[in-house]
Ligand binder design. Structure first.
Ligand code: SAM
Length: 215
């Protein structure tokens, strides 16, 4: 099946021009939306999906940290956020951003799929806009299951399913099929949220699913 082009990538050249004109190119905020998200909206979103002060969070596939940063502000000094990604360049950008902010509870981990943390030590795994990269998505579900405490939450944003800009390994997979995959990996279904959230550098309405570790 021919790969369908994501409208977001098609708009990328236009965005580059807009970014340049608006002076964001040199900023840690790559767009107005990112600025608003990091300053306020991201925390409001994460609070709504159930993140709480004091929690330990893994941002699986954190990229430049668009969810890591608001999560770190929300969990506060007693909590901790592990930004986990295989892309060293993105993690370097996150490190630079963190160095300009008053945030001391982020640990950056560069690795692929296997998280170097103990079993059952994490309250929440965020996995946003990541699973389309993997042919075998059970590797992510199993790793999230391993590191989560019993009752811990896997919060999943399966962007690029066949019902939402299909791309890469999710091109023929529906959201409902993704839900079934996660249930088979040892989770209960908890809730779904349809919300405005940040995708890449821009706001978009997306569906996030929360699952709870069964045992
Ligand atoms: C599209 S970005 C999403 C970034 C961030 N979660 C967000 O929503 O803004 C996907 C990220 O997942 C990372 N990733 C994909 N597969 C991974 C794997 N197996 N292990 C670690 N990171 C992975 C990529 O390197 C990339 O930075």
């Amino acid at each position: 099946m021919a790969e369908k082009k994501d409208a977001i990538s098609l708009l990328a050249p236009i965005r580059e021009v807009v970014k340049g004109r608006m002076g964001f190119r040199e900023s840690i905020f790559s767009s107005c939306d990112v600025k608003r998200w990091i300053e306020k909206d991201g925390e409001v979103f994460l609070m709504a999906i159930g993140l709480k002060e004091g929690q330990k969070v893994v941002d699986f596939g954190s990229g430049r940290g668009h969810y890591t940063l608001p999560a770190a502000k929300l969990v506060g000094e007693k909590g901790k956020v592990y930004a986990f990604d295989r892309d060293g360049d993105d993690l370097e950008k996150l490190k630079n951003t963190v160095s300009t902010m008053d945030i001391n509870n982020i640990e950056i981990i560069e690795a692929e799929t296997k998280v170097p943390l103990d079993d059952s030590c994490i309250d929440v795994v965020l996995c946003y806009d990541v699973i389309h990269y993997l042919k075998d998505r059970t590797l992510i579900y199993d790793e999230a299951h391993r590191i989560l405490k019993k009752g811990g939450i896997l919060s999943l944003y399966p962007k690029h399913c066949k019902d939402d800009f299909p791309l890469m390994e999710l091109v023929d997979v529906s959201r409902e099929e993704v839900i079934q995959e996660v249930l088979s990996a040892g989770f209960y279904f908890l809730s779904r949220f349809k919300k405005t959230l940040l995708h890449d550098d821009y706001y978009n309405v997306g569906e996030v699913f929360n699952f709870q570790k069964r045992q």
